[in-house]
Write a protein that binds this ligand. Structure first.
Ligand code: XIL
Length: 312
């Protein structure tokens, strides 16, 4: 059949996948390069990966993924610059003043964004800033710098690469709820202030049979603020073992997520968080769950693959 990336391109959308650099060989590379029009490094661009000790950088995996993407005529989504998780221990264990932390964050953003300047379509600048009730998450950034760390991060990223689309990314913001409404209000106020915010990322780590009924409406309300929307980390987990009935439901669920994006002009596209069940974070983190991606462990397309194709 026609590769997903070509089906998406014909609709003005981009279909992407998260990847692990060390696996970009053989069948994994063939599918990543052949089926997808965008790559997101699953871990390689996180602060703890790129600067494991202070001032010592390791760009090997990130560079490899960007080079692979360029060789396969793919976009790259940078992920992620400002987060509470997967930070280096030298940073989280340090005893920093707010002014020092602000300087460290500015340096980090400037260094990393400058390295890939002009080569990345988008950056997930700030990841997971909200709690479920719509209050700001307590993090090293919020606790020390206050809520304006978000505007500052976006401003620094824009200065380093004015061509990258700058996103705020979060989970459980796919439907209309307290958390997505807090994100909506933040984006509105950033736009009003002239802060460079270009997009909202809906992670979409979903559970089988639980695609929010307000997904398309929610995408549309962000689009109406004048920002792009992307589904950035789609997976749909099920309780193991997988059965034919569950895989059929998963096909319908993938189809409805991709359809919701396809229906909104400003929805840029959908990225799956790993394309194969052998490269998925789900079994490690959600006990008893798995089979969350569109290909099985042996790289055979699952019904979910057809659900994506049908929606494009
Ligand atoms: C996950 C990776 O897939 C795992 O390999 C890693 O151990 C933990 O992080 N939200 C995000 C992603 O924004 O960065 C996370 O990725 C999954 C949840």
């Amino acid at each position: 059949g026609t590769p997903l990336r070509d089906l998406a391109a014909a609709r003005g959308k981009v279909i992407g996948t998260a990847v692990t650099g060390s696996r970009l060989t053989g069948a994994y590379a063939d599918i990543a390069g052949g089926q997808f029009g965008s790559l997101t490094p699953g871990n390689a661009m996180k602060w703890g990966s790129v600067e494991p000790s202070r001032g010592t950088y390791d760009w090997a995996e990130a560079d490899q993924i960007v080079a692979f993407a360029q060789a396969h005529d793919q976009q790259v989504r940078g992920h992620t610059l400002v987060w509470h998780s997967q930070n280096p221990t030298w940073l989280t264990n340090g005893n920093w003043t707010p002014a020092q932390l602000s300087g460290l964050l500015q340096d980090h953003i400037t260094t990393e964004v400058t390295r890939y300047k002009g080569r990345l379509a988008a950056w997930d600048v700030v990841n997971e800033p909200f709690n479920e009730d719509g209050t700001y998450r307590s993090t090293i950034w919020y606790d020390n710098l206050g809520p304006d760390y978000i505007a500052q991060a976006l401003t620094w990223a824009h200065a380093a690469d004015p061509s990258a689309r700058l996103y705020i990314n979060d989970y459980n913001v796919e439907g209309v709820n307290a958390k997505s409404t807090a994100l909506y209000n933040l984006v509105k106020s950033l736009k009003d202030r002239g802060v460079p915010i270009d997009g909202v990322g809906l992670q979409a780590h979903l559970i089988l049979g639980q695609v929010p009924s307000t997904l398309q409406q929610n995408i549309q309300r962000f689009a109406d603020l004048g920002v792009d929307v992307a589904v950035t980390e789609l997976d749909i987990r099920m309780q193991l073992p997988a059965t034919d009935a569950k895989l059929a439901q998963q096909r319908a669920d993938y189809r409805s997520v991709v359809s919701a994006c396809a229906a909104v002009t400003r929805c840029a596209g959908v990225t799956v968080w790993g394309f194969t069940d052998s490269d998925s974070w789900i079994p490690d983190v959600f006990d008893g769950y798995g089979a969350a991606t569109p290909y099985d462990e042996n790289y055979a397309p699952k019904p979910a693959y057809d659900g994506i194709a049908e929606a494009l």
